[in-house]
Design a protein around this ligand. Structure first.
Ligand SMILES: O=C(O)c1cc(C(=O)O)c2c(n1)C(=O)C(=O)c1cc(C(=O)O)[nH]c1-2
Length: 244
């Protein structure tokens, strides 16, 4: 009897959340910290970025894009279940394509060309800002070093990506008509892919994160990933003398 009150208080910190509560916590992290709220992204959607700023974003975001299949290969290597590996392999194929000239990385290169950038310059990484290199390294190494639960939970930013893609497509068509509309194919493709990937990753996280400690790790992983995307935009927003 005498222990009832303390046990109740402690339980509040250690009792696992229901799947619905965990989903709500994860969505709350994205609502507060996702990069759609970043001042640079807000300016992108308002239509006030200069051509130079937009090109700087495309160049630096390419560094992120080309590392996504690398981090997905690191995640894939953590799975001992063939069905899980098969499912995750599709993410790598989405970016790398089935052959040369196809896939997300190629579509991003075409976005760059539509914006007047040279694909050789995108591929040689010479214009990637130091802060962007660190942010991308941080994400890849997080997925390399942490257990599968944390690495998959970090990808849950994708739950918010489809809405952002739709807004971005409309903003580009309206405010940046100097970019050929065919160059926006990357974003159009990601609306469907991102939604599917986000739902799949959420299903895995809800199935795996049963204890409160695991659930806290999932929330922390998503928070970290939001910080990665935010830092990337901080670096792009700040720019660098001589590097455009
Ligand atoms: O343009 C964006 O705002 C944006 C955001 C995100 C995201 O939320 O992590 C991804 C992408 N794009 C994207 O194109 C992509 O392929 C992707 C993969 C992942 C991931 O963590 O596995 N996030 C994202």
């Amino acid at each position: 009897m005498t222990t009832t009150a303390p046990r109740t208080a402690a339980d509040a910190d250690t009792a696992p959340w229901t799947p619905e509560e965990l989903t709500e916590r994860l969505r709350a992290v994205s609502a507060a910290r996702y990069h759609d709220r970043h001042p640079f992204n807000v300016r992108m959607h308002e239509g006030t970025l200069t051509r130079e700023e937009l090109r700087r974003w495309i160049t630096n975001r390419f560094h992120y894009q080309r590392h996504i299949p690398v981090k997905d290969a690191l995640i894939l290597a953590k799975f001992d279940d063939p069905a899980l590996r098969r499912g995750w392999l599709r993410r790598i194929q989405d970016h790398d394509g089935e052959r040369d000239g196809t896939g997300g990385i190629e579509r991003w290169l075409r976005l760059g060309e539509a914006a007047g950038l040279d694909r050789r310059q995108l591929l040689d990484s010479s214009q990637v800002l130091p802060g962007v290199r660190l942010a991308v390294d941080g994400y890849v190494n997080f997925c390399r070093l942490r257990p599968a639960l944390d690495a998959v939970a970090a990808s849950l930013t994708e739950l918010s990506a489809p809405d952002l893609m739709r807004t971005r497509i409309a903003a580009f068509e309206r405010h940046y008509p100097w970019i050929d509309a065919a160059g926006l194919a990357y974003f159009r493709t990601r609306v469907g892919q991102g939604g599917r990937d986000g739902r799949e990753a959420l299903g895995l996280v809800l199935a795996w994160a049963r204890t409160r400690e695991e659930q806290d790790r999932a929330v922390a992983a998503l928070t970290f990933k939001c910080d990665v995307l935010w830092s990337l935009l901080d670096a792009v927003d700040h720019g660098a003398g001589g590097v455009t």
